[in-house]
Design a protein around this ligand. Structure first.
Ligand code: AMP
Ligand code: MG
Length: 418
């Protein structure tokens, strides 16, 4: 098992001077400072779905390993048959998938073959059985034949030694097919990134309990735990901390013991009860990232006992948007996965909006007849809009005046991996 070096304590430090950091600049900083923190291990291919490759994979074997037949029919030597009618003697025997023909087929003969069978020695072309009439131990067909037709060359898909997938690639079902086909039985992957999720706030009630009138249900934790799982990481539920510095400190230490990265929500600004940012400040590692983004509020980024902490805003809408825009690419890097920011699609707006320059905005959006509509309220507490939406609309930092038909960037939840 290979274990990477720990992150530096100043990995979230911002350049001096208070200002609003543009989203792209913030992302560049994340990109340049974070590195994989997960160790690698070798596992069976059958266990590897959704895991991140720790090393590139090359093909141990060609695909197909041997020239074979693409259809049921008759194998011949294709160059031998010009235009016109032909009658060719059938050789005794056949070649079937897994049961090859042992002999050699003369240039003037044909052999019965089935799909997936090794192409018999002496042949290079298969005539589709539907194009043939069988008569007295012969086949009748019309030329010309295209040499190589209906046959697959050895290695035409993959040659032994070809590079198949790069390090950092997350294995999808189709990848497992490719690796299996080329004889890869085991892969070296990263251990899953363990992500602790902690809610903070005296007002929070646990879903399933009866909430007092002064309480709200903790919506962020189920949402963020599910997001982590969908992104392919290992979610760790750390519960709810009250707005109490000593208690929160214990919760953080507990999370740092169990996880590679900690996501908290609430208490991240600079108010009286914003203990998250206060505690991270005490460690001397905190940066309050004031991003030029709406919905946002500051993100409190820091290290707790060597573990990176993303202090997300408490508002559910801001918490999810900040997770998708900032924490998602960061977690990918920590997990050993490559950098990726979804591009989305430019589609016509079905709404009207004007925004000021200098700040990026994300609106809850969904598609309607090929156009992008947005949730009627931009209120950051309106969690119903997150569920109504099927993605976000990204309005660029520059001023934009959007009217129906203006192209806007729509990024679906699926594009983010949800
Ligand atoms: P804060 O960032 O702690 O000032 O919280 C901002 C807003 O988000 C407040 O209205 C909180 O009650 C709300 N909030 C904080 N945490 C959660 C949570 N886990 N689930 C739902 N709402 C929350
Ligand atoms: Mg709070």
């Amino acid at each position: 098992m290979t274990v990477p070096p720990p992150l530096k304590n100043d990995c979230f430090a911002l350049p001096p001077g208070v200002r609003w950091t543009p989203v792209d600049e913030a992302l560049e900083m994340v990109k340049s400072r974070l590195a994989p923190v997960t160790a690698s291990e070798t596992i069976a291919l059958s266990e590897a779905l959704g895991r991140v490759l720790a090393a590139p994979v090359t093909a141990p074997r060609a695909h197909p390993p041997h020239a074979n037949c693409a259809v049921d029919g008759y194998a011949v030597s294709g160059a031998h048959y010009r235009a016109g009618a032909h009658q060719v003697a059938l050789q005794d025997g056949r070649s079937a998938a897994g049961a090859p023909f042992a002999g050699v087929v003369p240039e003037t003969a044909a052999l019965r073959v089935l799909t997936g069978a090794n192409l018999p020695t002496g042949t290079d072309t298969v005539i589709l059985q539907e194009d043939v009439v069988l008569k007295d131990g012969h086949i009748l067909f019309n030329g010309p034949l295209k040499p190589g037709a209906n046959a697959r060359r050895a290695g035409e898909d993959v040659m032994a030694g070809d590079s198949l997938l790069p390090a950092g690639h997350r294995l999808a079902p189709a990848d497992l097919g490719l690796l299996a086909a080329t004889g890869v039985g085991q892969v070296e992957v990263r251990q899953k990134l363990r992500v602790a999720v902690l809610s903070t706030g005296d007002e929070l009630a646990e879903v399933g309990e009866i909430a007092r009138p002064d309480q709200i249900y903790d919506a962020n934790r189920p949402m963020l735990l599910a997001t982590i799982a969908q992104l392919g990481h290992e979610p760790i539920d750390m519960g709810q901390s009250p707005d109490d510095r000593a208690a929160l400190s214990r919760y953080l230490s507990n999370a740092a013991d169990k996880a590679d990265v900690i996501l908290t929500s609430g208490g991240a600004s600079a108010g009286d009860e914003d203990h998250m940012s206060a505690l991270l400040s005490e460690t001397g590692t905190m940066s309050l990232w004031r991003m030029a983004v709406k919905p946002g509020r500051p993100l409190a980024l820091g290290m707790w006992q060597g573990t990176p902490v993303f202090g997300l805003p408490g508002n559910p809408v801001a918490a999810l948007v900040c997770t998708l825009i900032f924490a998602r690419p960061a977690m990918r890097l920590l997990a050993g996965e490559g950098w990726h920011i979804p591009e989305g699609l430019m589609l016509p707006a079905a709404f009207t909006k004007s925004k000021k320059a200098g700040r990026r905005e994300y609106l809850r959006a969904r598609l309607n007849a090929g156009q992008v509509e947005v949730f009627p309220s931009e209120g950051s507490g309106r969690i119903s809009g997150l569920s109504w939406a099927t993605g976000l609309v990204e309005l660029s930092d520059e001023a934009q005046s959007i009217t129906p038909g203006t192209p806007v960037r729509y990024i679906s939840y699926a594009d983010f991996g949800l």
